[in-house]
Design a protein around this ligand. Structure first.
Ligand SMILES: *Cc1c(COP(=O)(O)O)cnc(C)c1O
Length: 400
């Protein structure tokens, strides 16, 4: 380490010499990186040497966490973004042009739907939404200029399954890119590249980082040339994540498999428990035999059911009685379950689509999707399973 004069604000170069090294990835908040000479910069920009320049263009913490997710997805060179929506934006804005057409699943994440409905058409990119559980209806939406199909494996919050294998065959035959948002399923339950996807993206904010303290996205294509185009757009549009969020997410990933397995096992128990409660009218969990896509989900997800469970309070319909029961349930659960619009946290969270993610729909449109005022989505966390089941029993009996 070279030292500066006393009291100088000039930057020291490098860290103290040490013959040992940290076992934890150092956090590198530096926005800018210094180089030896203009020749050294040439080497870096022309790919003869590895190095960082300016953190919007990349930084060590993004590289480290990206490599971990690459290994989980069986991918290489994935791009980290400042949020899951940053990853969705990098795909559509980095790869599509005015005049192109994209098909989206009709039950995509709310902001992805908004991008499809509002922003892409404004930029001259045409969009169509289709039922991704029904390959024929997706095929019927294809046009000569269709470049991409974007789907999630399990829909939110009704947990219906996409026909990924059917869509992959269709995309291959028609030369269309299949993009899979793997946020709900995660590489623990599903590896899109093994099922013919061309591009995989994540909201790392959710289960992968897992503690609701880091906002982050990830996207990678099978074809490195496509990944490069998304990386360039990410840098140009300023979608780069902060080093601190990457650092927190790396820590979260160290326990990801354990957290996923625990949350999934509890979710399976909770689903069966809810189905036995008199105050519950309907339970939706892909691991249960009464789920409409049970057989398909077990085959596609290799026996996994994931950590999300949805249910409907008894006698709740779409009217004010349903809302009153929903309010009473959320109030009774207060302090023990967070009523909060996210998923994948260490704690169990509840969301109520009729007042949040799906509030823009009419009650009739929601009813067609099977979402009444008494409908809740549960993201199961890591609590003691027996205690968690008890909280649901108590809050539901107080509400119904
Ligand atoms: C949350 C979410 C996103 C968006 O991710 P952010 O990190 O919140 O930007 C995209 N897709 C799915 C399925 C999500 O659940």
């Amino acid at each position: 380490m070279r030292r500066n004069g006393k009291g100088s604000l000039m930057r020291p170069e490098g860290l103290p010499d040490s013959s040992s090294w940290p076992v934890v990835t150092p956090l590198s908040p530096s926005v800018v990186y210094a180089s030896d000479t203009p020749d050294a910069l040439d080497d870096q920009y022309e790919g003869r040497a590895q190095g960082f320049t300016y953190s919007r263009e990349g930084h060590p913490n993004a590289v480290v966490v990206g490599a971990r997710i690459d290994a989980m997805e069986g991918a290489e060179g994935g791009v980290m973004t400042g949020s899951g929506m940053g990853a969705v934006s990098a795909v559509v804005m980095g790869l599509l042009s005015a005049g192109d057409h994209v098909i989206g699943g009709n039950q995509l994440y709310g902001r992805s739907l908004r991008l499809m409905a509002e922003d892409l058409p404004r930029l001259g990119i045409a969009t169509t939404l289709a039922d991704r559980g029904d390959v024929a209806s997706v095929e019927a939406a294809i046009r000569p200029e269709t470049r991409m199909i974007l789907v999630e494996v399990l829909s939110n919050p009704t947990l219906r399954l996409a026909d990924i294998d059917g869509l992959a065959a269709l995309c291959k035959a028609r030369g269309i890119l299949l993009v899979v948002d793997n946020t709900f399923t995660t590489p623990r339950a599903f590896k899109p590249f093994e099922h013919g996807a061309d591009i995989v993206l994540h909201s790392v904010t959710k289960l992968m980082a897992g503690h609701s303290d880091a906002m982050l996205g990830y996207v990678v294509a099978k074809d490195p040339a496509l990944t490069d185009r998304m990386r360039v757009f990410t840098v140009t549009a300023g979608l780069t994540p902060s080093p601190f969020d990457c650092w927190l997410a790396e820590r979260g990933l160290l326990s990801f498999d354990l957290r996923f397995d625990r949350a999934e096992a509890t979710a399976a128990r909770l689903a069966d428990h809810l189905a036995d409660l008199p105050g519950v009218q309907r339970v939706i969990y892909p691991g249960r035999a009464d789920h409409p896509d049970h057989a398909g989900a077990m085959a596609l997800l290799d026996g996994h059911g994931c950590n999300m469970v949805s249910f409907e309070l008894g006698g709740s319909g779409s009217g004010s009685g349903g809302r009153a029961a929903a309010n009473a349930f959320a109030r009774a659960a207060q302090g023990r379950l967070s009523f909060a619009p996210t998923l994948g946290d260490a704690g169990t969270t509840l969301s109520h689509p009729a007042s949040s993610s799906h509030r823009a729909l009419t009650p009739e449109a929601r009813a067609r999707l099977g979402m009444t005022e008494g409908f809740f989505r549960v993201s199961v966390g890591l609590e003691d399973p027996d205690a968690l089941l008890e909280v649901f029993s108590e809050a539901i009996s107080a509400a119904t």
